[in-house]
Design a binder for this molecule. Structure first.
Ligand code: ACO
Length: 181
């Protein structure tokens, strides 16, 4: 059978080329080589990968999706003002999702939802963590629907946040509050 068998696994150095290829394909924004290097080597970035271990072409270990994120201090994040009175305390953190993507032939199967759940689970396991947040370009309807469905709240609209091929685009800041421990 060619029914996909979706598996989640860590991202590793051998994923470098595929990871870069998918980013270039699915995002309008370009990322530096150092970003991909940091993801596959886990340098200050946490990530989760997705493969289809039942792929008809046999490339069962090749990434078809990913999420990348970074743990940052709440007081150094742009959402410190939204977190309440003690968020400026030195040890408070938040998780910032950098990139989330699924290869187009594997979309609408719930993969991105599962990846977001992993990030929320991870963030919840960090006692100092208060929230998960991200930016999304204002015209990206599928992603906006996804974050709303996952109970993220749209907190603000940032004017001309992105510059792509000489044109400016706004972004939305979405945030998921974690309950205080
Ligand atoms: N149209 C409308 N809503 C959609 C669509 C769509 N095409 N795709 C997903 N959604 C919404 C729906 O609410 C859906 O729930 P439903 O199936 O119950 O209707 C919900 O998202 C969950 O869908 P998933 O199947 O979990 O999402 P999928 O695995 O297809 O991935 C993603 C969604 C990541 C946005 C994918 O379309 C993609 O990779 N797009 C290109 C890259 C991208 O835009 N990434 C996010 C940018 S923001 C960032 O990276 C921080």
């Amino acid at each position: 059978s060619t029914k996909p068998k979706i598996c989640y696994r860590p991202i590793r150095p051998s994923d470098l080329e595929t990871l870069e290829h998918i980013h270039t394909k699915v995002f309008p924004v370009r990322y530096e080589a150092t970003f991909f290097h940091d993801v596959v080597n886990g340098c200050d970035i946490v990530s989760w990968g997705v493969v289809d271990s039942n792929r008809p072409d046999g490339r069962c270990d090749e990434l078809i999706g990913f999420v990348t994120a970074r743990v940052v201090f709440a007081k150094e994040s742009e959402i410190v003002d939204l977190l309440g009175y003690d968020s400026a305390k030195s040890d408070q953190t938040v998780v910032y999702i950098l990139t989330l993507g699924v290869v187009d032939t594997y979309r609408k199967l719930g993969i991105a939802s599962s990846l977001i759940k992993e990030v929320i689970k991870y963030a919840s396991s960090i006692p100092t963590c208060r929230a998960v947040y991200l930016h999304v370009i204002s015209y990206n309807k599928p992603a906006i629907f996804l974050y709303k469905k996952m109970s993220f709240k749209c907190i603000r609209r940032l004017q001309e946040f992105y510059l792509i091929n000489g044109l400016h685009y706004d972004s939305y800041l979405f945030m998921y509050y974690l309950l205080p421990a």
